[in-house]
Design a protein around this ligand. Structure first.
Ligand code: FES
Ligand code: FE2
Length: 366
């Protein structure tokens, strides 16, 4: 007979982090007043819907057979079932239950069995929606701010000199762990099996109210450059601090640019753009959307031959990052507090930035 395992007693939540650290970052919500990607354009088929979420708010993406996609609160005003279970008819979305129909603004425009002369009830909330860079972007916050808020500019996306890989995955961690993982280049040890041993040197840090960026250079101390790495960033200038990487959190997005020869004036060898979209109310999960733009070698067509190796390499790196940030999240939840002993001042600044620019989490109980 096996005895039941005794569980360790639950620790009380401790809202006090070690001195100098920022305790509230993990319990800070992401500001909804920005444009966020919610799906790849190719996954929202004409005449279909997709159910997505922002911090627990359910949103139905709709693509009519003709015309632009739109986004509505994913709840029928009648009996609260998801509108994403409905039917796209022309420009309208019909709820799958009693066929109440909604237009692209969320107004209820017909109820097939409503007595003539009766007023239609209020509909549901509509969200500003745009397509860019192969993603469907939605503005989940205050709709009055949508028009004046730009969709991020990605100058190298669509540039013929670059080929783009798309990242699109659920990751079981708070978005802050994603920002900190990418910003802290001292974690190259994690990637030792794919990149050898690399030492990062911090060159410069610049900071503003809603952004922070760090410049790094690298030197390989052990092992050789892998083929995947070489294909993306060129020859082994990572061996001798000849390169330059700039990582920027420009709230709420994150970018990484890499210049093999260290010359920032040139187009970068690599340009990465990431958005981490919280899915659950507690924001302990995110959907990461990213664009990895890799500069093509000068010989036409060669990039396509190299692409499988590049894909394998980037998948390997992101797989290692994913496993470690999910482990961080599990530790945070098990400990019930942020007990990190952060010794790298940039990460403390980054945590402070995310806490400062974020919003309070919605209450978890109804
Ligand atoms: S629940 Fe949507 S039409 Fe009745
Ligand atoms: Fe990493």
């Amino acid at each position: 007979m096996t005895l039941p395992k005794t569980k360790p007693p639950l620790r009380k939540y401790r809202d006090v982090a070690p001195e100098g650290d920022v305790p509230t970052t993990r319990t800070t919500g992401l500001d909804p007043d920005f444009w966020y990607p919610f799906a790849r354009s190719r996954d929202l088929k004409p005449g279909k819907t997709l159910a997505v979420r922002f911090a627990g708010t359910e949103i139905a993406l709709v693509r009519p057979e003709q015309g632009e996609p739109y986004a509505l609160e994913d709840r029928c005003a009648h009996r609260q079932v998801p509108l994403s279970m409905g039917v796209v008819k022309g420009e309208q979305l019909q709820c799958g239950y009693h066929c109440w129909a909604y237009d692209r603004t969320g107004a209820c425009v017909s109820i097939p069995y409503l007595d003539r002369g009766r007023t239609l009830p209020n509909g549901v909330r509509g969200y500003a929606c745009r397509e860019a860079y192969g993603f469907v972007f939605v503005f989940p916050g205050n709709q009055e701010l949508a028009q004046a808020t730009p969709v991020p500019e990605l100058p190298y996306h669509g540039d013929r000199r670059y080929k783009t890989r798309v990242l699109d995955r659920d990751i079981a961690c708070h978005y802050s762990f994603m920002h900190e993982n990418l910003m802290d280049m001292n974690h190259q040890f994690l990637h030792r099996s794919l990149m050898g041993r690399i030492r990062a040197k911090l060159l410069d840090v610049r900071e503003g109210e809603d952004w922070l960026e760090a410049d790094y250079s690298f030197s390989r101390t052990e092992g050789k450059q892998s083929l995947g790495e070489r294909l993306i960033i060129g020859s082994s200038s990572t061996d001798k601090y000849a390169d330059l990487m700039t990582i920027r959190t420009g709230y709420p997005y994150q970018t990484l640019r890499y210049w093999t020869d260290g010359k920032r004036e040139e187009p970068p060898a690599l340009d990465l753009w990431n958005a981490y979209v919280p899915t659950d109310r507690a924001q302990n999960h995110n959907h990461t959307y990213g664009l990895i733009m890799v500069q093509k070698p000068p010989i036409p067509g060669v990039i396509h031959l190299l692409w499988p190796v590049i894909t394998l390499f980037t998948e390997g790196i992101f797989g290692q990052d994913r496993a470690i940030v999910e482990a961080e999240q599990r530790a945070y939840e098990a400990q019930g507090a942020d007990l990190n002993n952060e010794v790298f001042p940039i990460i403390q600044s980054l945590k402070a930035l995310l806490a400062r620019r974020g919003v309070p989490l919605p209450p978890t109980e109804h």
